[in-house]
Design a protein around this ligand. Structure first.
Ligand code: IPE
Ligand code: IPE
Ligand code: MG
Length: 245
């Protein structure tokens, strides 16, 4: 008789990634940082493909933070250009694969041509169901929460809602991630163990996995190992674990 297989573990519904370590990957090879960013796009393609194959519903990737504007101008220009190219070259294929693209982060102040490109990608893919790819671009949690607070303050000032109507659920619904489930698993590559202003509100009960590999080396195997680690965690959400309840 064949050995009884344990029931398959469900994959996390929402995986968020801090794609870090492009610059160090390049420096260790004596290459310019740009080479690391370019390889980082290949790693992103792998992450999208594997996430879709595994049946992950939401993949949220940190592509450019509100603090990344403090980098040298040529590096910023390169990163913006890389995003433009990625959208232009990959959107048709992502659409065909049923990927829905959503961009979170502040749009005010961005170059109008870039905003239009992002909006067109969102519009084209809005009804897709295979995988939700959420791109955090010009994104910072404090900025996101401040914008939500402004929107809510405006509604209160206009008499549309009362101050006591501002519950945690209402705040969630005014964030860029409104309507999305919170991340179950957050993976940061590159070895740093910090959150760098990413999804602060949404990660209240997210499990964090920090991996030493630089982002350009990200693989299906690393994602699967992070998910295996996630399965070993006992998520209690402030309650008691099932065994102890
Ligand atoms: C991540 O890699 C990409 C972005 C932040 C845009 P880095 O560019 O931060 O690479 P390291 O951390 O300097 O190695
Ligand atoms: C976080 O990486 C932002 C992105 C991956 C886009 P950083 O490299 O900017 O983070 P710090 O500066 O090390 O905290
Ligand atoms: Mg970094």
């Amino acid at each position: 008789m064949p050995a009884t297989q344990p029931p398959p573990q469900p994959v996390p519904r929402h995986v968020a990634i801090i794609m870090d370590g492009n610059g160090r990957w390049a420096s260790e090879r004596g290459l310019p940082r740009q080479a690391g960013h370019r390889q980082g796009v290949e790693a992103l393609r792998r992450a999208i493909r594997t996430s879709a194959d595994l049946g992950i519903e939401y993949l949220t990737v940190y592509s450019f933070s509100s603090e990344n504007w403090s980098r040298p101008k040529p590096e910023i220009a390169f990163l913006l250009d890389l995003l433009r190219r990625f959208i232009r070259t990959d959107v048709a294929q992502l659409h065909e694969a049923g990927v829905k693209i959503t961009v979170i982060g502040e749009r005010a102040g961005l170059e109008p041509g870039l905003v239009k490109l992002l909006e067109d990608a969102e519009q084209l893919t809005r009804d897709n169901k295979a995988l939700n790819l959420v791109v955090a671009f010009n994104y910072g949690s404090r900025n996101e929460i401040a914008r939500a607070a402004q929107a809510l303050a405006r509604k209160v000032a206009e008499g549309k809602i009362a101050p006591e109507d501002v519950t945690a659920a209402v705040v969630s619904n005014h964030l860029d991630t409104a309507g999305m489930p919170d991340p179950d698993l957050l993976i940061r590559t590159g070895g740093e163990q910090r959150i760098s202003n990413y999804l602060l509100w949404q990660c209240a009960y997210t499990e964090f996995v920090f991996v030493p590999e630089y982002w350009p080396d990200f693989s299906a195997d690393i994602l699967k190992r992070a998910i295996a680690e996630f399965h070993c965690r006992d998520r209690r959400f402030g309650g008691l674990s099932v065994q102890r309840a």
